[in-house]
Design a protein around this ligand. Structure first.
Ligand code: SF4
Length: 330
């Protein structure tokens, strides 16, 4: 596989969680449409940022790609292999190439295991290394993420938040993956530490040729690390383009609103610009509105928006891709 080839291809991915009623005979009464028909690709060596408010379905998308949730419908291809059809040993084998870094470095590490046990566990589970070989590999991984390799016998509570996230990253690298879903890896950290972790993830990407899906809840966190950015609202992706175009020429009204909340480090511009305050709450994913999902809050809503779902189309110019779902551009 060469650069510019798609490592990940997601087509019309749906992840519905059934709501059931009844004690003995459970009957499905509705679905939570957490992810409702998303499509995108991620090229080898690329970072795709996935941004949206809490509950919009971005973490569920990440988990459904890794098959930690089995999708309700749609296709997920990794290196041209259809993951949704894999089961048992074949899926387990494939999962080695795809890992996840979790949001909360306090909750995601087992407090009763030493760092050596945590980082080395995937090596044992997949029968890759044991004993001394495993210990040496763990020490190498700790070095790679900037931790003292002699910390192997320490426990998670002995580390700071940033160091714990480094331990989580070391564990995710243990099996030499190609693809990592970074699920809000810096959201729970102090601002002063966030840049260090982002820089480390970028260095590791260069060193090991990694491909990332980088999930975040606001646009200020993803600009630096992402090549392209996808914006998600209520289970659907509403816009995807390269990071510069998204910040300089956002098309979808929801992206424009999210961007208006990102602080600008220039007091004159910051004073002059207008924040777009969205009215109302995000509708329930059990019963999304007809037509455009954003129609109940969109400052530019039109009659058609309340009836017809906008088409997902590429409006980019000069060969640049710029995908958007909005009637304003049809
Ligand atoms: Fe707003 Fe209509 Fe565009 Fe939806 S389709 S984002 S409601 S203008």
């Amino acid at each position: 596989m060469t650069e510019n080839e798609n490592l990940i291809e997601v087509s019309d991915l749906k992840m519905y969680f059934p709501i059931t009623k009844g004690v003995i005979f459970q009957k499905k009464v509705a679905d939570v449409k957490a992810v409702d028909g998303v499509s995108f690709t991620i090229k080898k060596g690329e970072t795709l940022g996935l941004v949206g408010e809490s509950g919009c379905g971005k973490s569920t998308t990440g988990r459904a790609i890794l098959q930690l949730y089995r999708p309700t419908a749609g296709s997920v291809k990794f290196k041209d292999v259809e993951l949704t059809e894999l089961k048992g040993e074949k899926l387990r084998h494939m999962r080695r190439n795809m890992q996840m870094i979790f949001q909360d470095p306090y909750a995601s590490l087992n407090p009763r295991m030493t760092v050596g046990g945590i980082v080395g566990e995937p090596l044992e589970v997949h029968n890759i290394a044991k004993g001394r070989e495993k210990r040496e590999r763990v020490q190498e991984l700790l070095r790679v993420v900037g931790l003292n390799p002699y910390f192997v016998n320490r426990y998670p509570h002995e580390f700071s938040g940033g160091q714990r996230q480094r331990i989580g990253v070391a564990r995710s690298l243990a099996l030499n993956p190609d693809f990592i879903v970074c699920d809000e890896p810096i959201s729970a950290l102090d601002v002063s530490i966030q840049a260090q972790i982002v820089n480390m993830l970028e260095d590791l990407q260069q060193e090991f040729g990694l491909t990332y899906l980088f999930i975040a809840h606001d646009l200020s966190m993803v600009r630096h690390i992402s090549d392209r950015i996808a914006v998600m609202y209520l289970g659907k992706i509403v816009e995807i383009t390269d990071h510069n175009t998204l910040y300089e020429d956002p098309k979808h009204p929801y992206t424009q609103a999210l961007l208006s909340a990102v602080p600008i480090p220039d007091p004159v511009i910051e004073d002059q610009r207008q924040r777009i305050i969205l009215a109302g709450d995000v509708p329930s994913p059990i019963d999304p509105p007809p037509g455009c999902n954003f129609s109940t809050r969109c400052p530019r809503v039109m009659d058609i928006c309340k009836e017809v779902d906008p088409t997902w189309q590429d409006i980019g110019e000069n060969g640049e891709e710029h995908w958007v779902a909005c009637h304003l551009y049809e």
